[in-house]
Unconditional design. Structure first.
Length: 176
């Protein structure tokens, strides 16, 4: 099973993200745009994981008890990898909830390492992917409006291709 731990979003937040994505799509020649039901914020990527490790992951996730908090997304950007652009929206650097999110991320990584899971060594950057392999005809102007998200749950997610579509399914979730 291909797994990751994430923050998922409710319908109202997904609609706000979708509006920003539509602005990007309108300024793009082509790309692989994230399906709205797949919008999420990754806390830890696990990759291929044996099914018998799911109970360990549930235990680790249950131990995260911070209480709900808010995150504010108000910036957009892209980076290029192998000549292909990935566009994202990200958290405000001064967002009060960001330090708590970073604490959750660090705790997850420590607990995952202690349980024998491989560590993702990439720096953590709280973001939502709008699309990959985006080809634009010129400069892109997104100027995203502020999106305030209440984070009150984290989820163990499975990533799989179903009928040719990348699909994310929650296997387990817990309230913070």
């Amino acid at each position: 099973m291909r797994l990751f731990i994430a923050v998922n979003f409710n319908g109202a937040v997904i609609e706000q993200i979708l509006e920003i994505q539509e602005r990007l799509r309108a300024q793009s020649l082509r790309g692989n745009f994230t399906r709205p039901e797949n919008f999420h914020l990754t806390l830890a990527f696990l990759g291929e994981t044996p099914e018998d490790k799911a109970d360990d992951l549930r235990r680790i996730i249950k131990e995260i008890k911070t209480g709900p908090f808010e995150l504010t997304f108000d910036r957009a950007g892209c980076f290029t990898h192998s000549g292909k652009k990935l566009w994202w929206i990200g958290t405000a650097p001064d967002c009060p909830g960001l330090s708590l999110l970073n604490t959750i991320h660090r705790q997850l990584l420590e607990d995952l390492l202690d349980a024998g899971f491989p560590a993702d060594t990439r720096p953590f950057s709280a973001h939502i992917t709008l699309g990959r392999e985006i080809k634009n005809s010129g400069d892109v102007i997104l100027a995203p409006p502020e999106i305030v998200v209440m984070v009150d749950r984290i989820s163990l997610m499975q990533s799989e291709h179903i009928q040719g579509k990348l699909t994310y399914t929650e296997l387990f979730g817990t309230q913070l």
